[in-house]
Design a protein around this ligand. Sequence first.
Ligand code: GUN
Length: 283
Amino acid sequence: MTAQLIDGTALSQQLRAEVAQRTLALKARGITPGLAVVLVGDDPASQVYVRNKVKACHEAGLHSVLEKYDANMSEAALLARVEALNKDPAIHGILVQLPLPAQIDAHKVIEAIAPAKDVDGFHVASAGALVTGLPGFWPCTPYGCMKMLASIGYELKGKHAVVIGRSNTVGKPMALMLLQKNATVTICHSGTANLKAMTLQADVVVAAVGKRNVLTADMVKPGAVVIDVGMNRDDHGKLCGDADFAGVREVAGWITPVPGGVGPMTITMLLVNTLEAAERIAN
Ligand code: GUN
């Protein structure tokens, strides 16, 4: 059996077209959704990420500003910028790109963002909303994974989902989202005694470790859905995920490729969250 691909590029295009439509409708009511992206320092990967975020906003008709600051910016100065953006009526979403330089406490900065503008979903208020099932912003990457599962009409109720990885940005929120859709959820991590024994029981595996070949064909139940959040480089410098794609695709029922899987969905859900932040103000 060769797995069917869940095409994140195609799904992103469809969702971004919907965002563009809803943005037009909101603009007709005099509100342009606006995202502020704040970058401190000159990390090359972060520079690419923030450029892509701003570009995606413009393509979908959203207003977007990129604020770039020197790597030696003080924590106080960044907190003051966040405060100003909290008060700026043209800005509905604030994203402070991580990682931040060592002199800045990232937790402090994230907690300074108004929860109503926390389109990254990283604020404790957003995390608490997800835990309790209250409305709030969901972190973009796991939210995108949920949209990918929905796109194939996958019913999670009664299924066993295994999440590999327990980060605050992907693994933990992913597990909570799957739980909210009535899956039985196991979270595995570096301290898990027998990962293979867990993944072999899984109807859905989400690999979110950031390490090549964490998931190999012998670890996957035939027909399972594999969502690969990893973004790694292979020996030839080619982008690859956490799963051994060539092997796993021969066992799984569905699999997300890397590139072209979860990657494009993260920015797409950032657009969705920013639009929703503006719609909440409008309503
Ligand atoms: N750095 C890498 N990914 C992200 C993200 O999704 N949001 C923020 N704020 N920083 C990041």
